[in-house]
Design a binder for this molecule. Structure first.
Ligand SMILES: [Zn+2]
Length: 459
């Protein structure tokens, strides 16, 4: 979850204000959502704060975007209209000039700090690469770097239509409650992560860094129905939106957030068995409830030459160093963390309350690396690249020696993902068994209930 845009939502008036957060200058003009959602009877939308800025591309030398109908080209700071582009298919190409954006469409061209491509009809779609999107595009200079950044500025409920089917998959009506729970979790995640990528010029990434978002071309009717049925509902604890994390499969036991990441604990992100009345875990039939990954010692040694130095750099950042504790103990005076050398041994030193590896010792010719929390999944990267990181941190290690030397390493594990919050595999089974989306959310986020209301003001 994902998601996580340069729209900086300034709190005053709960208006969405597009701020670039880069140079400290005043943010550009606020642009209204181009496709206001229809409110189902009896529901109130999240008040006012509805736009999401989704980062689609960064550091692009040039960007060519399109639209399926007539559009305005606007100056993103002043709101001034620069051009009207007519035709059935509109195309706009941008490149960077200094700290500004040069735009061109046919014979028409100009320059602005930020360029907005805004369809004149909310039924039109904007396009980039193979994908179409609801809403509008913003093109701005990539902050503190070269090239251009492309942001899709889209109304929250429409954004979810491009997220929910990619995050939980496509399912029938018998699993509608899980789709509804996912819609509420994704909506809440989005709200609680607004501004989280503001230094880059948007709110959320369109990938697993936040939530996978693929625009409007492959929306799913049941997912859209689940989004509409729960429109405006968000999860709160103590009057504030929660951090609604979710993952594919908890492997039978969910995670405490502070044991997985360098984060503070939260009363609703605790570890519990993914079952009712101590029965079989809801997610136990999931295809990766059990998994195995293996390497020859030589291949793992090669992988570790990259992943261990990356781990040291990642954990040495100020936000993590204290949580991480001791990272590397040299074997002798010459041992350097940046050069691991030959692999000697692996040992699980400690586990979290949910049984996940919390400290893994990786011993090499350079010394002992102490790999902490979920980052063990990045360090023990699968050789195939699929998945890109180890499926979960809930695993056992098997070491196979031959002729007195380490020959093979295998991990046998459970679940897929960090295991914090909602377990998607479990929620689908709960839905099949007749639990409502409120019951599913209460199971995975204890003490929290979905409510409708004004979003907490954000700084
Ligand atoms: Zn589960």
């Amino acid at each position: 979850m994902k998601n996580m845009r340069l729209l900086v939502f300034l709190g005053a008036m709960t208006a969405l204000v597009l701020g670039l957060g880069v140079s400290g200058c005043a943010g550009p003009k606020r642009f209204s959502p181009v496709s206001p959602v229809q409110q189902p009877a009896g529901r109130t939308l999240v008040d006012g704060l509805q736009l999401v800025g989704v980062g689609l591309a960064e550091q692009k030398t040039s960007l060519t975007v399109s639209a399926t109908g007539a559009c305005l080209v606007l100056d993103g700071r002043s709101g001034q209209r620069l051009a009207r582009l007519d035709g059935g298919e509109v195309e706009l190409t941008c490149r960077r000039s200094g700290d500004r954006v040069v735009w061109q469409s046919g014979q028409r061209k100009g320059i602005a700090d930020v360029v907005v491509l805004q369809p004149l009809d909310p039924g039109y779609r904007v396009g980039y690469g193979d994908h179409r999107y609801r809403g509008e595009f913003l093109i701005l200079p990539t902050p503190a770097s070269l090239g251009l950044t492309l942001v899709n500025n889209v109304e929250l409920e429409n954004y979810l239509r491009g997220v929910v089917p990619w995050e939980i998959g496509r399912h029938g009506r018998d699993r509608m409650a899980a789709l509804e729970a996912q819609a509420v979790a994704a909506r809440t995640y989005t709200i609680s992560h607004l501004k989280s990528r503001s230094s880059r010029g948007f709110d959320v990434f369109a990938s697993v860094m936040d939530q996978v978002y693929r625009g409007s071309a492959d929306e799913d009717a049941f997912c859209n129905e689940a989004i509409d049925q729960t429109a405006g509902l968000i999860l709160r604890y103590g009057g504030k939106e929660i951090e609604a994390y979710y993952s594919a499969c908890c492997g039978g036991v969910t995670s405490r957030i502070e044991e997985v990441w360098a984060r503070e604990g939260m009363p609703y992100l605790v570890s519990h068995v993914d079952a009712m009345d101590s029965g079989e875990p809801f997610c136990s039939d999931y295809r990766y409830y059990h998994w195995r990954e293996e390497w020859t010692a030589g291949r793992l040694e090669e992988i570790l030459q990259t992943t261990l130095p990356e781990y040291l750099a990642y954990m040495s950042e100020p936000a993590r160093i204290e949580w991480a504790g001791s990272l590397f103990i040299p074997r002798d005076a010459g041992g350097q963390g940046a050069v691991p050398g030959g692999l000697l041994d692996l040992e699980i030193l400690d586990r979290t309350t949910s049984g996940r590896v919390s400290h893994l010792a990786v011993r090499t010719e350079a010394g002992e690396y102490r790999v902490r929390g979920d980052r063990v999944r990045w360090v023990l990267r699968p050789e195939s690249g699929n998945p890109a990181i180890l499926r979960s941190a809930r695993f056992e290690v098997e070491l196979i020696h031959r002729d007195g030397r380490l020959a093979e390493v295998a991990t046998r594990g459970r679940g897929y993902g960090h295991g914090i919050g909602l377990c998607q595999a479990g929620s689908l089974v709960m839905a099949e068994r007749g639990y409502t989306f409120r019951e599913i959310l209460a199971h995975y986020y204890p003490g929290v209930s979905p409510t409708v209301g004004t979003i907490t003001k954000r700084k």
